[in-house]
Design a protein around this ligand. Structure first.
Ligand code: SF4
Ligand code: SF4
Ligand code: SF4
Length: 290
């Protein structure tokens, strides 16, 4: 179990706990240390700032006015880094952190929440300037009164029913988009995202090797070599560089040290040769979360 499961899930998967989607969390006054990290008084304020400065710009194609994490002016000149990598990760875990999860767990999340809203993807706007990419799924959005607060944005948001949302994430799974789940002031859980290299979090953490923004999934993939025919169909799916092909053996191998447990490779396998095992069953990676 990852650190969030221990802290916010009582040893179960944190993102499957109803209490982490509960409205009272939004209005609760934050502790002095949380206020220091987030620069807001409540989770509601943090999430409204997040919407205004991360999601809203993607709708209008406009630059953000503030940094959504800390509320600092977006025009402020860059400052010399004052935080160590560990401090940055610790702040993210309090404020806005994610975890990779496979399709079946993402579907369970959709069964838990009482509202599902598809949003334009803030990352794709920031990284490649696209305003029409709708890979972000907001959870419990109605509770924030977001639609009323930002009437111009409301027409751009799509409220989905569970079955529509499940069918959309199944398509994303086949497309090779990694499902991730995110807190908006932990443990409040706000979003189910579908990401690739245009995701700002993926870019900073995986591509550039910077401070972590999300935990690995609770699983690790394994190939059954009796079933694998070496067709290589799965090799295009992995966003984490965890798969290798042996020409001599004509089989694919998955390196558990690199696998993030997203499960995407399974969708591409015509032999059903890939399964996800709980991370805790592989002692060498049982505690490997970042
Ligand atoms: S985390 Fe993924 S879906 Fe969410 S905004 Fe970033 S790239 Fe888009
Ligand atoms: S090997 Fe499969 S489950 Fe592991 S990270 Fe790559 S695509 Fe995801
Ligand atoms: S898609 Fe399946 S059968 Fe083909 S190489 Fe990958 S694991 Fe083997």
């Amino acid at each position: 179990m990852c650190e969030y499961c221990i802290e916010h899930g009582e040893g179960q998967k944190w993102y499957l706990q109803m209490k982490n989607y509960a409205e009272d969390l939004l209005h609760e006054e934050l502790s002095p240390s949380q206020k220091g990290q987030a620069n807001t008084e409540t989770r509601l304020e943090w999430n409204q700032r997040f919407f205004q400065n991360f999601v809203s710009p993607a709708i209008g194609g406009l630059p953000a006015a503030q940094n959504y994490m800390t509320g600092a002016s977006a025009d402020a000149p860059p400052r010399a880094p004052q935080m160590t990598e560990d401090e940055i990760v610790a702040q993210r875990k309090v404020v806005h952190f994610g975890q990779v999860l496979p399709l079946e767990d993402a579907e369970q999340v959709l069964d838990l929440v009482d509202s599902i809203t598809r949003l334009p993807c803030g990352c794709r706007f920031l990284s490649i300037g696209k305003t029409d990419k709708r890979y972000c799924i907001g959870l419990g959005m109605d509770k924030w009164g977001i639609l009323g607060k930002y009437p111009d944005a409301a027409s751009s948001l799509e409220v989905l029913d569970r079955e529509e949302a499940k069918s959309i994430i199944q398509e994303y799974d086949e497309e090779g988009l990694v499902h991730t789940i995110w807190t908006g002031m932990a443990p409040y859980t706000v979003g189910l995202c579908n990401c690739d290299r245009d995701c700002m979090a993926y870019k900073g953490f995986i591509e550039k090797g910077g401070p972590a923004s999300f935990f690995r999934g609770e699983y690790v993939a394994q190939v059954d070599h009796d079933l694998c025919t070496g067709c290589k169909s799965c090799l295009t799916q992995c966003q984490f560089g965890a798969q290798f092909y042996s020409s001599a053996l004509e089989r694919v191998y998955i390196d558990p040290q690199r696998c993030f447990g997203c499960g995407l490779c399974r969708a591409a396998c015509p032999q059903d040769a890939i399964e996800l095992l709980p991370r805790e069953r592989l002692p060498e990676v049982a505690e490997l979360w970042l």
